[in-house]
Design a protein around this ligand. Structure first.
Ligand SMILES: Nc1ncnc2c1ncn2[C@@H]1O[C@H](COP(=O)(O)OP(=O)(O)OP(=O)(O)O)[C@@H](O)[C@H]1O
Length: 244
């Protein structure tokens, strides 16, 4: 049967994002270059970390990959249309007023035409689903937004600071979720300002510096990267405080 005749549901199950290729991605705000000639390769079953100082361009890169910003260069996905298979957890997820957590999850499921199932059973973060999501705490909003993109069954996950604001149990759960996404062949891209969270989950860490990809580090080299970052961050700055 030709692919175009299969029902929408079946087409979805055939699609699998196996590889994403980013070439010469460039972004400027006015005359201000923010990302310069970024080349990246992502493949299924891998977790990629992005680190960089505040303002290095991580969120801008994510917005470009998610199609929320115009940019130069190309983002090519093999195996399906990226925007139909992308789950983007933003740093501060936006919640519409007067929408409960349950309605938020339903909206995301409807948007992808996937069954929502029993949301109380699937409420892995124990969120108060019948409260207005806008009134959730920072960590609760983050967990609700993550839950929503997981329910959608996406193939490519961009997690912008997924641990930001969440409690210790949720952080442990998120780490396990990321491991399982990798095990089931998904592509996961994470940014975090806490090195240990990346060390635990990533296969590769990309270092973004002033909008340029400065370094790509494999797992075997994470310790060296952590030490280099610590040396750079601390240096002799604390001498002035006479801390020992
Ligand atoms: N809409 C915008 N208009 C103009 N400049 C912007 C805009 N969004 C971001 N920038 C600039 O682009 C640069 C990169 O910002 P971005 O938010 O991508 O950095 P980041 O690495 O995610 O930082 P952080 O770690 O603080 O979240 C910064 O200099 C920022 O001021």
């Amino acid at each position: 049967m030709p692919r175009c005749c299969v029902t929408g549901e079946k087409i979805k199950s055939l699609e699998r994002i196996t590889r994403i290729t980013v070439r010469q991605l460039t972004k400027s705000y006015g005359a201000n270059p923010v990302l310069t000639s970024i080349d990246l390769d992502f493949s299924g079953g891998h977790v990629y970390g992005i680190v960089g100082q505040n303002g290095a361009g991580k969120t801008t890169l994510f917005n470009c990959l998610a199609g929320l910003e115009t940019h130069g260069g190309t983002v090519i996905a093999e195996g399906g249309r990226l925007k139909d298979r992308l789950g983007f957890l933003q740093t501060d997820p936006f919640m519409l007023p007067r929408l409960t957590g349950r309605e938020y999850l339903r909206l995301f499921c409807k948007a992808r035409a996937v069954p929502e199932g029993d949301l109380d059973v699937r409420n892995v973060f124990d969120l108060p689903l019948d409260r207005y999501a806008q009134q959730y705490s920072t960590g609760m909003k983050k967990k609700l937004a993550l839950q929503a993109i997981l329910l959608q069954g996406n193939e490519f996950f961009i997690l912008d600071e997924p641990y930001n604001g969440v409690d210790i149990h949720s952080a442990l759960l998120i780490t396990e979720i990321i491991r399982r996404l990798r095990a089931s062949g998904k592509v996961v891209l994470i940014s975090s300002h806490i090195f240990s969270t990346l060390k635990d989950t990533c296969d590769v860490i990309h270092v973004l510096d002033g909008g340029k990809m400065a370094e790509t580090v494999e797992k075997a080299e994470f310790k060296r990267l952590e030490q280099a970052m610590t040396d750079f961050a601390v240096g002799n700055k604390l001498d002035a405080l006479s801390l020992r």
